[in-house]
Write a protein that binds this ligand. Sequence first.
Ligand SMILES: [Fe+2]
Ligand SMILES: [Fe+2]
Length: 353
Amino acid sequence: MNILIVDDDRTNLLIMAAIVRRMDDAEPVTMSNPLDAVEWLRGNEPDLILLDQMMPEMDGIDLLRRIRDDARLDTVPVVMITANTAVDIRVRALDEGCSDFLTKPVVVPEVQARLRNLLALRQSRALLRDRAALLAAEVERVTAALQRQGKELVSRLSRAAEYRDPETGAHIERMALYSRLIAEVAGCGGAFAWELMKAAPMHDIGKIGIPDMILLKPGRLTPEEMTVMRQHATIGHRILADSDIPLLRLASEIAVSHHEKFDGSGYPNRLSGTAIPLSGRIVAIADVFDALTSTRPYKRSWTLEEARAFMVENSGRHFDPSLLDAFLSRWDEVCRIHRENADELPEFTPEEA
Ligand SMILES: [Fe+2]
Ligand SMILES: [Fe+2]
């Protein structure tokens, strides 16, 4: 423990240094000029500071104020030695952050006891601070690990869904990017837009529960088969619901609501308007638009303009009009996403039709 002693009286300095030296683990650093002390404190942090109150050039209170202005020395106790028993000096010193007083002539055991108390306090404070920092670092590490695990789980689930789903990975990519774009333009905030992009790829995860003969049927589905097919929304919800991972809760909301329509004619709950979760209304636009404009083995892709016209025609029927406006207001960006995330399927040629 380093104890800085500042006193203009060299005899006093020697006495105080001797007292400090007789304590265990304490080493005095003595200065007779407060300005030297200011200079020394710039590069050093003592464990305790002993100040004489009356000094030429800069008195103890001024020096104390300089010390307290330095956030680095915040927890260093300062003890003021004063011959002056005037109460107002003590009050001023306390106001400036003085920790304790000693009155001249000093009584050796009293000095040692007070210094020992303050040093013990400082030590336990430092220990607490270290422990708090350690705990904070540990919490940060564990939180980051949990977040990483959550993200990994989500991306593995999405991959599993992709294997089962005849829709291509490029479709998933594009509809996720469209979803983020809509959320951003609609002013939902960057964090929500990002989460939506990560959760949207799981919208059709419920297809895991649909029998192959229906899921992979090349032709049109019968009304009964259609009823089974539509269960993918509810199955997806059940797979993802009630998770502690916020991203999965969002994905669950998307799974159950991405086939609802704005006019209430969708499924599975026939919700309408803003009763449909925002995430579902956004993903509906992204999903349908991309389904129309992508090539599937059984159909040619629509041109972007054809799809745009279809979307506009269904504004307020299938789609939330204000979200659709947001989407179409960034048409250049929509075209860019479509162009830069092309299907890996061979291009469909009209002769094959
Ligand atoms: Fe779906
Ligand atoms: Fe889809």
